[in-house]
Write a protein that binds this ligand. Sequence first.
Ligand code: NAD
Ligand code: APR
Length: 233
Amino acid sequence: MKPASARRRIVILTGAGVSAESGLGTFRDSGGLWTQYDLEDVATPQGFARNPVMVHDFYNARRENCLGAQPNPAHHAPARLLAAWPDHVTLVTQNIDDLHERAGARGVIHMHGELLRARCAACAHVWDAPRVMAADDPCPACAAPATRPDVVWFGEFPYHMERIADALGRADLFVAIGTSGQVYPAAGFVQEAAMGGARTLELNLEATAARFDEVRTGPASVIVSEWVAELLD
Ligand code: NAD
Ligand code: APR
């Protein structure tokens, strides 16, 4: 274990690529979710207003997949780093699955919300999602039949942005893992961190269009474990 003085303030951003080897589909890879569904129908407030049954079917199916999946080393390695350097590492995810938590990570920042949480479209009350959710499920707080997944859709503002901006401003190192860098504001984090003086590292199957100081390519289950081992062992 390296001495405490070697610890650096690290912000990790993960995307769908960290859950790919757990069997959960990504969005923009070949065969990805956005080749099977029109995101306007299932990942926008307008789509939910038009057809809440279709949206709940989409998220109920993803919730079933998530509950049947297991974390892979790309989830276990960041959890190990968080446990070793709890005051230095901030783990932000665009993913709505709970695989980081099931790998042991604590304090994960879900900027796009969580598949296993429900939200009332009327009063914004949030609660643990049932396995199968329906739009007319009554809200436990206000009883309105207005239940939606607690997921941030296109055109909606992500969660925890102040906490994320604060962590990016203080980071010595920003690491993007398994994200295509297609969706803002997450796609802008690398630039924000670099402007604050952080070094930037991309871990992905292939390099994306974004500019990083260092890029390592390969399956996240392998290259994320190697990267964490370099820091800790
Ligand atoms: P955006 O306009 O930034 O779109 C981001 C990317 O989504 C685009 O670059 C494109 O790659 C893809 N995209 C957009 N429309 C598409 C379409 N019709 N078909 C295929 N791909 C398409 O997104 P936005 O509307 O500005 O929303 C950004 C906000 O929405 C952010 O706050 C983000 O956190 C949130 N968001 C949430 C989800 C989700 O499903 N949880 C998805 C995307 C964005
Ligand atoms: N190891 C490492 N990287 C991988 C692996 C793997 N095994 N499999 C896929 N990837 C990489 C791909 O190369 C791609 O860059 O993961 C990335 C997946 O990109 P997307 O499908 O666009 O997923 P993501 O970046 O998380 O999308 C961002 O868009 O639709 C919204 O809300 C949704 O949070 C999502 C956001």
